[in-house]
Design a protein around this ligand. Sequence first.
Ligand SMILES: *[C@@H]1O[C@H](CO)[C@@H](O)[C@H](O)[C@H]1NC(C)=O
Ligand SMILES: *[C@@H]1O[C@H](CO)[C@@H](O)[C@H](O)[C@H]1NC(C)=O
Length: 320
Amino acid sequence: MSDKIDVLLYGLGAIGSFYAFILSRSDRVRLTVVARSNYDAVKANGITINSENHGNHTFRPHQVVRSPAEAGPVDYVVCAHKAIDQEDVAVRLAPVVDQDRTTIVIIQNGVGNEEAFRNQFPKNSILTCVTWVGAIQNSPGIINHTKSEDMQIGLFPNPQVNKATEQQRLDTFVALLQKGETKFTVLEDMQPQRWEKVVWNVAWNSLTTLTMVDTQTWLHSSPDAEPYTRRLMHEVIQVARGCGVQLEDGLIDQLMDRINAMPGIGSSMQTDCKSNRPMEIDVILGFPVRKSRELGIPAPYLESLYVILRAVDGRIRAAL
Ligand SMILES: *[C@@H]1O[C@H](CO)[C@@H](O)[C@H](O)[C@H]1NC(C)=O
Ligand SMILES: *[C@@H]1O[C@H](CO)[C@@H](O)[C@H](O)[C@H]1NC(C)=O
């Protein structure tokens, strides 16, 4: 049996390219990347990463393809694409997923991200991750990484797969992250992490996008802005609790302290909106709204932001 581990990386933006670099540090990994807008640059020159933590490197993946249909089944599919149209992406990944062999690794913002993949591939294992890597791709195939680097990873347990097998799939991937010298923590239950980051993202993504100002400008826009934001966060926490995810009472204060310790910032959703690109509305707001309705937990602030953002997203998509 080959000692090689076949990995396909889907979504070669800044975050995807960063983890491609981390995984490429292991001799055991045979890495295929799916590149779209940056295909020509990556095919010709590989991927360059300039990192304040890891130094500057250029590496060439084993294979650069335009679509999963050009590759065969792999051991790990790492999904680092923007979380829009998840169902379509799951269908597109079918050629690289073998039901007895392939583990899907999700590195995305949001909650409920696993659903589309579990529905499409009910017999496969899923590793679900939250990342705190700060990186940007200013030109195709060239990534600047700051010092910000952390990840939480854990299983999204599949009752159809033997526990020991799932653990081994997690352990093997974790060994690759270790070899790549990136910072991470393995958690027994990833859902509190996913929801905590969503409380943050619901607030700052939506509010900076709909107002087109930064976080501090928003918070100081009127005496109502901060209480509004806290109420919004509270609604998301209530929905999380309804889903069985126990977020702490002090979370809102913690998140407000964290934002106030930063200069005013925009958000990835604001950037997408300014660039007329579809936004990650469904995994950040849509899933919590659906859960609030299912569970009968009123969330009027959350719900109105969701409905209005969908109209903005619809305008952007109609013009594509
Ligand atoms: C790495 O790249 C960055 C950005 O291009 C540059 O500013 C920095 O000087 C480089 N560092 C080293 C050690 O070459
Ligand atoms: C980021 O990368 C670009 C190349 O894409 C480079 O020109 C620029 O100097 C880098 N910026 C920083 C802050 O390192």
